[in-house]
Design a protein around this ligand. Structure first.
Ligand code: DGL
Length: 268
């Protein structure tokens, strides 16, 4: 294997940038290529078969960019497409659900864990199953927050509307006595200060995407495919199926590197 090849990240939009942000910090020797399917975002309300098709299209696009490992930086796609994409690709494929699960089981002291995500992720019960498989005594409270992704994708995540929507959406979790809350959608870390503020400082928030980067690091070692060549460090390429202007605005607000994305049409 050529260790200098980039690591690929896919998401329905800008959400996976929260994973890339962590990857830039934890894997500074690596090169990255990112594809956000912004034109077809959100994936959350879509039927599972369609999410599998879209995920496959994104994965195939990044395979043409000669990636050495793929991160499905989207919980909705991980929930329904991880196994299929793993079978189809000749490279390691990592999803975001198990790493978030492990971190939550480690963090909880009361065994009461909340999970917020898209309708697709919550409906799939993927977190419930993964947590129950590790810790059958744990109680899990799942909640879909369909209004969060549109707020992030429209670059409104610093606004007062965002604060109101976060408070209204998370209300059902109040009184559930959880001590740990999994941000089970990679868009949600952009709303993290508002979520933490509403839930209170005693609740541990788990960023499933950020946890995933630790696993990527382990896999690079396990398969011996890390990039040891400092001359090739830190290149990042970003692709979006939607507006490059909006993508770049959010990416440049969020990431410590300058982002100038390229438009791609996955239909072609
Ligand atoms: N960022 C995605 C996730 O982690 C999906 C958001 C969406 O497209 O609905 O689930």
């Amino acid at each position: 294997m050529n260790e200098q090849r980039p690591i690929g990240f896919i998401d329905s939009g800008v959400g996976g940038l929260t994973v890339v942000k962590e990857a830039l910090r934890q894997l500074p020797n690596e090169a990255f290529v990112y594809l956000g399917d912004t034109a077809r975002c959100p994936y959350g309300p879509r039927p599972a078969e369609q999410v599998v098709t879209f995920t496959r299209q994104m994965a195939n696009f990044l395979m043409k960019q000669e990636i050495k490992l793929l991160v499905i930086a989207c919980n909705t796609a991980t929930a329904v497409a991880l196994e299929t994409i793993r079978e189809e690709l000749p490279i390691p494929v990592v999803g975001v659900i198990l790493p978030g699960t492990r971190a939550a089981v480690k963090a909880t002291t009361t065994g009461r864990i909340g999970v917020i995500g898209t309708q697709g992720t919550i409906k799939s019960h993927s977190y419930h199953r993964a947590i129950a498989a590790k810790s059958s005594q744990t109680q899990i409270f799942g909640l879909a927050c369909p209004k969060f992704v549109p707020i992030v994708e429209s670059n409104e995540y610093h606004s007062s509307i965002a604060k109101k929507v976060v408070a209204e959406s998370l209300k059902p979790l109040r009184g559930k006595k959880i001590d740990t809350l999994i941000l089970g959608c990679t868009h949600y870390p952009l709303l993290r200060p508002l979520i933490q503020n509403y839930m209170g400082p005693a609740i541990t928030l788990i960023d499933s995407g950020a946890e995933t980067v630790g696993e990527v690091s382990v896999l690079l070692d396990y398969f011996n495919i890390g990039n040891p060549d400092p001359a090739n460090v830190g290149s990042c390429h970003f692709f979006t199926t939607g507006s490059t202007k909006m993508f770049d605005e959010i990416a440049n607000d969020w990431l410590p590197v300058k982002v100038t994305s390229e438009h791609v049409d996955l239909g072609k």
